[in-house]
Design a protein. Structure first.
Length: 282
């Protein structure tokens, strides 16, 4: 019997998972080195979609220290991986400190700085000698290149294809964009994103937002809102030009399929359910 690969991947989400990486991985805190290793693992805690780095404790240039008692629990933000499923996974707004595997937390202390509860030693024999580091607490490089957001997942792809399909975006009956020149971005386990030339977007109806996010595959994003609708907060975005492998979408604008009315070749598309379905989501 054939096996659908995406189902196999989904079935692993409740588990603690890891995969070795051949890349040289470095982290720093301010001007101080934290780790420099060529023996890192990519690690996914149970219910986590994106990986973090686990590094050999012997390669740490920083000290691990017992943290002060926690004064409040770390809030979690569950979501469903697909329509109709139970919300069993954690979206990207759930902080590092919401651990879903057994283990012990530590502060990371360097000569001139410290990061509270930024290390976690899993209680798992397959990970003996390794500690997991909070990606957001440090500055990271793979080989000699800066990485942002989180480590790239080797089982996750982003493909971009040019399209002549007729694409329209509307909200509350107002057309916000229309084009036959979109770039379609296909990303593993996410809905297709339609990146539209600015000339085909009603920028006169949109308002630039202070919201900024990062994506390890596409770069840093700036946002627009549509003030004409109560549902129009941060509904569109565009990425900067830092990553060469996202060059096809540089300068183009995409809208959240989850929160607008998207029509492709005259057919209204269903709104997908993702962590971005709610305003302010991941």
């Amino acid at each position: 019997m054939a096996t659908r690969v995406s189902r196999v991947l989904m079935e692993t989400f409740p588990q603690l998972r890891y995969e070795p990486t051949a890349k040289r991985v470095r982290a720093s805190l301010g001007r101080d080195a934290v780790v420099d290793t060529q023996n890192a693992y990519l690690l996914w805690e149970p219910r986590r979609i994106t990986p973090v780095f686990a590094v050999p404790e012997q390669d740490l240039a920083a000290r691990l220290a017992s943290p002060a008692p926690r004064t409040a629990a770390v809030e979690e933000h569950p979501f469903a991986l697909r329509q109709g499923a139970a919300p069993t996974s954690l979206d990207l707004t759930t902080g590092f400190g919401r651990h879903t595997a057994a283990g012990e937390e530590f502060d990371v202390v360097t000569a001139s700085a410290s990061a509270s509860r930024a290390a976690f030693r899993p209680d798992d024999p397959d990970l003996a000698g390794y500690v997991v580091l909070d990606f957001a607490a440090f500055d990271w490089r793979e080989d000699d290149e800066e990485i942002i957001g989180h480590p790239r997942d080797p089982f996750h792809r982003v493909d971009i294809r040019a399209s002549s399909a007729a694409v329209e975006v509307a909200l509350d009956g107002v057309r916000l964009a229309a084009t036959n020149g979109a770039q379609l971005l296909y990303e593993t386990m996410l809905p297709v994103r339609y990146y539209i030339p600015p000339a085909d977007v009603r920028l006169d109806l949109l308002q630039e937002s202070p919201k900024r996010t990062v994506c390890p595959y596409k770069g840093r994003a700036g946002y627009w809102s549509y003030p004409g609708s109560g549902q129009g907060s941060n509904i569109a975005w565009s990425y900067d030009r830092r990553f060469r492998d996202a060059a096809q979408i540089h300068g183009l604008i995409s809208f959240f399929n989850e929160r607008v009315d998207l029509t492709v070749n005259g057919v209204l598309q269903p709104r997908p359910v993702t962590p971005w379905s709610r305003p302010g989501g991941a």
